[in-house]
Design a protein around this ligand. Sequence first.
Ligand SMILES: *Cc1c(COP(=O)(O)O)cnc(C)c1O
Length: 384
Amino acid sequence: MLIKNSIDEVHKRENAFKQIKKILNTQGRESIYDLTGLSGGFLATTEDLNLLETYIGPAIFEEKLQTEGKKHLGGEKVFAVNRTSSGILATILAIVPENGEVQHFLKEKPGHPSIPRSCKLLNAKYTEYTDINNFNINENTNLLVITGSNMDHETIDEDTFKKLITLAHTKNIPVLVDDASGARIRTAIYKQKKATELGADLVVTSTDKLMKGPRGGLMAGQEDLIDKVKSKATQFGLEAQPPSILAILKGLEDYNPENLRESLNKKEELFETLNKKYDCFKQTPTGVMVKEEDLYKTLNCKNEDLSPKDLNFLWALILLKQEGIITIPAVGMPAASATVRFDLAAPDSKNLSNKQLLEKIDSTLKSVKEVMDNSIEAKKIILE
Ligand SMILES: *Cc1c(COP(=O)(O)O)cnc(C)c1O
């Protein structure tokens, strides 16, 4: 294994940022294609920014956030947090007792690492489930988490969603929906209802996934539960700060589900061509992806120093260095998914035709194949 732990992943991420800066300085912004589907956007006017310098700004933005946030997520009250992970942590700390229990249902494992990690702090029992026919809510469970769309955008269907919520509620167990990207994928692409409309007590979404907001989280749900989470969050500094709240509000105002739907045709055409040539590509709601095991098989990698994850990291760094394409395995936080995903709903996708993207995919896969048997060179590409 080349990338052995989160420290290595931090170094890989630092390297990716160094490469992005290098391309920016030598070739300019137009040579970089951010296809992560994470925008890190900060839409704000000078007037907004001037207001931020006083407490008048936060007072106004917070009130508007209630209106826009409820439009987006439903529920009785919303609350902005520093990240989706912060909202998950605050909820678990607020609802689950020490040695308690959390059950988590999702389309495909694994769940976001912030969920088991939060449980661990409380020494709470934590189990993940993917099969509705083999799922039962335990008497002792304190919280049911449902992931709407997982890190690879695999999405649960609405019937399963409803069944799970009914199961939990017949035993008075609260439901938190991790709808990081699901709040938009489920509703805009699959026409599902909002999590709160389906009966969820709490929902959290990521404000930079498939919308132009900053890295941040937005929670919504029942007022008493939101107040409980809010009180816990502020004790540990997990709440969003005024500059983020402003940018979250602007991102919500800018959000238009049509933009997501427009990526669908482009995706289908791209997938069809790729699928004829390679057997490792899968469709996502708004793009295509290659999972680590699938690339390993397709390239027939026999180098035992390289794990399937390493091979995806290698491809991600080659995509970046050689073609200026940013994907999550290059810049993601430690323990983020190593799936290489090309998100055609990402704003930069407009600057790249399918033909151009295909050429870039072909040439980088060729480079991966050339270098994958050379562990020293591969490690250098990922970390230097
Ligand atoms: C991205 C994501 C998160 C975490 O979001 P952060 O902003 O990194 O905290 C949690 N759950 C799912 C399903 C995600 O996709």
